[in-house]
Design a protein around this ligand. Structure first.
Ligand SMILES: [Zn+2]
Ligand SMILES: [Zn+2]
Length: 364
């Protein structure tokens, strides 16, 4: 039987190790992919360190990936109706098994909070098979939502954004930007960069990006930010003052937090205008608590605060359509810092953790 190599996180706190898995013949409704690229994101660093609850180690990480169809058993179209066949280059929505019959799915209509949902590369065990992207092959189970990449979009266009592309899109959707709205984006990693790009294509007015390091601030400008603020050489009050100066003294209409640092939150409130909207999307893991003044920050400010948990499939298709239309202005391929083979998975994780690269990708 043919085998595939995969980089496996065997237990929390242990480095990734290479293992071999049998490559299954896809069953009815299943698709076997040859992996072209998978991403390494901050979540994968948290997975190695054991900072996410309920992860069934050992796992094959890699939630957002692109692959070439090797065999599709009884599947001839992608999730939006495009023809799909052996040789097609596809990506797929990493969230799977949403039930469409629970309270969250049916009544609250927020399937991103469905308790049944599983996520490739995070909530599947390596014992379940090739259900993560850091492997030569990926098996798509029945019902996994695929998207055939349009010819004009490269693998790099998509994977350079990775999951951040879709999370950033979802955050902008959640922010309900109006034409001309001023926007602050806190954090200039992949989620923040995508939020900047999609805020710009949504017709935002002034966009101010806040974060480190300098190389990422340069990317923020390329994605459409008007101004960037560093963390290192100024204090919170000085940065808030800069935002007020850029917004007629009022503060930003919208603030999107994509930093993952709890200390960004009080600063975000300080940058928000009265009656503004604050979207918090950067805290995929629990990084701790921080003081917020309910009177000053929320009640008197008449502020609106929204969380955004992950993304839904409609964010995927719409993000890719937008990326296709504006790809000259959304240079995600340029965000890729380095390509790593499977044997270099730990180097990739180290480089992401130390912010040496903005987006690391695994190319088996
Ligand atoms: Zn459900
Ligand atoms: Zn991710």
């Amino acid at each position: 039987m043919r085998t595939a190599r995969a980089a496996v996180l065997a237990a929390p706190g242990r480095p990734a190790e290479l293992r071999e898995f049998p490559v299954p013949a896809p069953g009815p409704g299943e698709i076997l992919l040859e992996t072209l690229a998978s991403e390494v994101c901050g979540t994968d660093v948290h997975l190695r360190d054991g900072r996410l609850a309920g992860v069934p180690y050992p796992i094959i990480p890699g939630h957002v990936s692109v692959g070439r169809v090797v065999e599709a058993n009884g599947v001839a179209r992608d999730a939006v109706g495009n023809p799909l066949a052996p040789g097609s280059v596809v990506s797929f929505f990493d969230v799977h098994a949403t039930c469409h019959s629970c309270y969250q799915c049916l009544v609250a209509r927020q399937p991103n909070r469905c308790p049944s949902r599983r996520v490739y590369g995070i909530t599947y065990s390596a014992a379940d098979g090739l259900l993560g992207g850091w492997a030569d092959n990926i098996l798509l189970l029945p019902g996994v939502r695929t998207v055939v990449l349009p010819e004009q979009l490269s693998v790099e266009d998509l994977i350079g954004g990775g999951c951040g592309l879709f999370t950033g899109f979802a955050a902008v959707d959640r922010a309900e930007i109006r034409l001309g709205d001023s926007v602050v984006v806190q954090g200039v990693g992949p989620v923040g960069l995508a939020a900047i790009a999609f805020a710009r294509t949504s017709g935002a007015g002034t966009i101010v990006a806040v974060g480190e390091p300098a190389a990422r601030r340069d990317l923020a400008l390329r994605m459409g930010a008007d101004e960037t603020l560093a963390l290192a050489d100024a204090r919170t009050e000085e940065r808030a003052e800069r935002v007020r100066a850029a917004t007629g003294g009022r503060g930003a209409d919208l603030v999107i937090e994509a930093s993952g640092n709890p200390r960004a939150v009080p600063e975000g409130f300080a940058m928000l205008r009265d009656g503004g909207r604050y979207v918090i999307v950067g805290h995929y893991t629990d990084a701790g608590t921080v003081p917020v003044n309910p009177h000053v920050d929320i009640n008197r400010k008449h502020a609106e605060v929204r969380g955004q948990w992950g993304s839904e499939f409609h964010h995927w298709t719409r993000a890719l359509d937008t990326l296709l239309r504006y790809r000259e202005r959304i240079p995600f391929a340029a965000v890729i810092g380095r390509r790593y083979c499977l044997e270099e998975a730990n180097q990739a994780l180290d480089d992401v953790e130390a912010l040496r690269v903005t987006k690391a990708i695994i190319v088996p």
